[in-house]
Structures are given as structure tokens and as C-alpha cells.
Write a protein that binds this ligand. Sequence first.
Ligand SMILES: Nc1ncnc2c1ncn2[C@@H]1O[C@H](COP(=O)(O)OP(=O)(O)OP(=O)(O)O)[C@@H](O)[C@H]1O
Ligand SMILES: [Mg+2]
Length: 309
Amino acid sequence: MTDNPEGGRPSDDRRQANPEDQVAPNTPIRRGDDDLRVRAAIRNELAIDAPTATQEIRAVAKREAAHKVIALEHVYLAFDEPVLNDVSFDALEGETIAVAGESGTGKSTILKLLLRLLVPDKGQVYIDGEEITKLNFADALKVRQKMGMVFQGAALFDSMTVFENVAYPLREHTKLNDDEIEARVREKLDFVDLDPDKILEQLPSDLSGGMRKRVGIARGMANNPKIMLYDEPTSGLDPLTTATITHLIIKLQKELGVTSVVVTHDIRSAFRMSTKIAVLNEKKICFFGTPEEMAASDDRYLRDFLGGY
Ligand SMILES: Nc1ncnc2c1ncn2[C@@H]1O[C@H](COP(=O)(O)OP(=O)(O)OP(=O)(O)O)[C@@H](O)[C@H]1O
Ligand SMILES: [Mg+2]
């Protein structure tokens, strides 16, 4: 196991040795080189951007007055059986917190608590300094407007075009007119690197898995939320597409300064994108710290969880 903050990303020297990275930017393209070149470019971009992004955010987070945008304090929740037992963690402004853990440990439940789709049996949930567990329905809706959600599996409306999908939260929650809505939808599709002219009228079934995730992110960010919540944004994607979605989440953090919680099974992405990682086990947060702290931990469960990574 490496103590590299990028969680095992090869050192610069080793990267030089990788033949895919030796595709120089100005090398004439031969048939078959394209894929190699794209992969090398993305890996290089991630390698350069990711630590820069997280270092900048950590610098902000260290400032004395850093503002807690999200906090769970001593949260207990049971359905038929207890799911969360004294769970606490927080996100300072601009941070990205990854929530990891085995299936069924309560990761999606945590996002539902933040959205106030669920209320804890005990404990507090703070959004932007406001305790939300006791809010009435109308006030809870207002708080929800501060958050953009990217659901597990992208969850687009299959019978609606890309345009209608991204416009949906704008029609529901804003008073923007049709022209303003179209301009906003185009802006968000641009941000996620989709060409609005090509894609606006397509149906989700016309798109690849990666494109659907991008549309899901564009829809999540349509209202310009200050908080983004992602549930498994890279599940079911190939490694290259996973890297591009990870890169997009970093871009949102870096360019728009949003505070994010990302539920993920993909520990490699978590290491790249997050300022801190929370690991759920046995109904509790068994680890909450930086990727570097996680990589350096000799906790038995964490080592098993990280596996060969
Ligand atoms: N509405 C509900 N009613 C009853 N039990 C529920 C409900 N929602 C979740 N649970 C249970 O709570 C536990 C946590 O569920 P949750 O969906 O948060 O897990 P998860 O960590 O997101 O899992 P996965 O990785 O499979 O998505 C599970 O045992 C689940 O069956
Ligand atoms: Mg889940």
C-alpha cells in the first residue's frame, strides 16, 4: 500500500515509464492512436488537477472561520432495524466529502437525511447553519433548493428529452421564463461537456451510460445549488468514463466552489476527488479523515476495505 495522497497513483517517474503517457502532444496521429491519446490526456489531466483542486480546497477549509455547510450530529435512525447509530460528520464550505461503505450500510440514507426526505430518530442535521430536522414542509422545501442531487443510476425521466430533464427542476422551483430556462439548460450541458445542439432533443435511451450521468449532473446543478449530493455517480461505468465523471465533480468543486457529498464504492475516485472520506461500518462512521490519513491508517477494517488498493 502506498502513502501517496493520490492513493496509489504512480509517481511521476513511473508515469513516464507508461507507454500510453509517451504519446507526445504533437505526435502525428496514426489510426488506432486516438484512444491511447485520449486516455493519456485524461490521466495526465487528472494527475495534475486532482491534487491541485484538493489542496486549494483544504487551504480554504483550514481558514479559521471556515463555515460548516453540512453537519450530522449524533444521528440515530432505525427502520425495522437500526441503520445509523450515533453518526456525526461535517463538510466545511467548498469541501467534498466521500461517503464509502459496504452495501446496505446507510449511505443513501445519509443523503436522504441531508435532503430531509428522512428525519432522524435522534440527533441533528445542519444545512448551511440551519438545523433542519424540525422544519415544516414549506421550510424544508426551501432548504432543499440549496441542494442539487444526482441520484443512484442517474435516474432520468425516460420519456422526457434531455432538455426537459434538465429543465425540470427549473420549471418546478424557479420563475425563469422559457428563454431563460433554455439558456440555463444550455449553460449546464456545456459545463458537463455535452454539446447542447446535438443532445437537447435526444431521449435518455439514445445516450451512453456516461452521457446519462453527465445529464444527471447537469440536472442536479441546474438551480445553481451551493451543495451537490451524488449517489454512486460512477457505478456501472468503465474506468475511462469513471475518470471523466470524477474529473467533472472536481471541476464543479474547483470552478463553482460547491460543497459536495459523494456516496461512492469507488475508492480510487474518492481518493482523487475528496477532501475527506467517511467510512460507514456497523452503523457508525468508523473513519473520517483525509485520503492521506486513510492511506496511512493501519486499522484492520480499513485495510481490508481498501483491499489491494
Ligand atoms: N425506506 C426504508 N424502509 C425500510 N428499510 C430501509 C429503507 N431505506 C433503507 N432501508 C434499509 O436501510 C439500510 C441502509 O440502506 P441504504 O439504501 O442507505 O444503504 P446503502 O449503503 O446506500 O446501500 P447500497 O450501497 O446498496 O446503495 C438497508 O438495510 C436498507 O434495507
Ligand atoms: Mg445506496
